[in-house]
Write a new protein. Structure first.
Length: 372
């Protein structure tokens, strides 16, 4: 079924500030790091680009061959006998992966390129690919696909065109009957963009250039099995669309994968007489919150703490720009990273939740109890 929740956004909406969606302020670092030496002007994002996640894979496509772990497609794509995937259409050079569609006069059909990290799978995470199209004709699809041994669907297409260069679509395929849920966005596909999907047990969040442009909030539509990253190009001349009139390419500057941190175990902390309490303002902006957490980490390191209890007091019926769970996860992750950077032993960090009166001054109050 085509979801009635499909959303079409203008380019202006994609490039707006995060005022109307405070949660996206935590994704802006996923665009990458400015670097004029890169083909796209942006290097891959840093390992701490997304709160609550750790970067577990990144490639800048160096050299002239595919990175270890990537394989190419060969043969006719399913559902479209009028085209062929061929390894020859996948090349690496000048710091880019290039998938090229051109017509083979000897085979009387279009040849296109596709590649995947087929053996590198995980369940849940965040994926980002920086890419652009050279012109109209073939489709480009950046997607998650189940590995061999698992049935299809599911499938998560987080950047998929249909032959044009003015829009893209995200689609999740789910259920054995192949139901689909679409989101669309108007955007110039010939320009460099960082496309991404954040996949959790309850939602899919589609991101372009650090901004959220679509969300699937229905857990029953979300995959709950291992998936692998695929990047592919295809023509659909036999189906009457996405049929090129000239050779065109998909260019990819880099790709990166993030894995969610394992949530902290929730248990009480038995504080010794050497306990120190640190308060943190949960309403601070990202930069100020980071500074506050760094200061707390310095105190924790100085005390050579073995245990930290992160206590979260939630005021009933009060709203935050992000969910209390998200904010607590961000603070926990920042704290762990800062302590590691300081070179001291990382203490056990436990989370304790409690509810306070709805009349409390703040929707979320956070304090750290440090035990040495």
């Amino acid at each position: 079924m085509d979801s009635s929740q499909g959303v079409t956004s203008a380019v202006a909406a994609v490039s707006r500030t995060c005022t109307s969606n405070p949660q996206c302020e935590f994704f802006v670092a996923t665009v990458g790091v400015t670097d004029p030496q890169e083909p796209s002007g942006m290097a891959p994002p840093i390992s701490s680009a997304i709160a609550g996640y750790q970067q577990t894979y990144v490639t800048d496509f160096p050299g002239t061959t595919l990175p270890t772990g990537w394989t190419t497609f060969n043969g006719a794509p399913g559902g479209d006998p009028g085209t062929q995937w061929a390894p020859s259409q996948v090349t690496v050079g000048n710091g880019m992966l290039q998938l090229t569609a051109n017509y083979s006069s000897s085979q009387h059909e279009w040849l296109t390129g596709g590649t995947c990290q087929c053996q590198s799978t995980q369940t849940y995470g965040a994926y980002f690919v920086r890419s652009r199209m050279t012109g109209p004709g073939p489709t480009v699809v950046e997607l998650l696909w189940p590995p061999d041994g698992y049935s299809w669907p599911p499938e998560v297409d987080f950047n998929e065109t249909y032959g044009g260069t003015s829009a893209s679509m995200a689609t999740v395929h789910f259920d054995s009957s192949n139901q689909v849920d679409h989101r669309t966005v108007n955007i110039d596909m010939t320009q460099w963009h960082t496309w991404g999907v954040i996949w959790t047990p309850t939602s899919l969040t589609y991101v372009v250039d650090g901004h959220v442009w679509g969300v699937v909030p229905v857990a029953s539509e979300v995959p709950h099995e291992p998936m692998a990253l695929h990047i592919q190009q295809q023509t659909w001349c036999s189906q009457g669309f996405a049929c090129p009139s000239s050779t065109q390419s998909t260019l990819v500057d880099w790709a990166t994968v993030y894995t969610p941190y394992t949530p902290a175990i929730i248990r009480p902390v038995h504080s010794s007489h050497r306990a120190t309490r640190i308060g943190i303002d949960a309403t601070l902006s990202t930069s100020r919150l980071s500074a506050a957490v760094e200061s707390a980490a310095a105190t924790i390191s100085a005390h050579h703490a073995h245990t930290v209890q992160l206590k979260a007091l939630i005021a009933a019926r009060q709203l935050l720009p992000v969910s209390p769970a998200t904010r607590v996860q961000q603070i926990e992750w920042m704290l762990d990273q800062d302590i590691r950077i300081m070179g001291t032993a990382t203490p056990d960090i436990y989370v304790h939740w409690a509810t306070v009166s709805a009349t409390a001054k703040a929707a979320l109050q956070i304090s750290l109890t440090v035990s040495s």
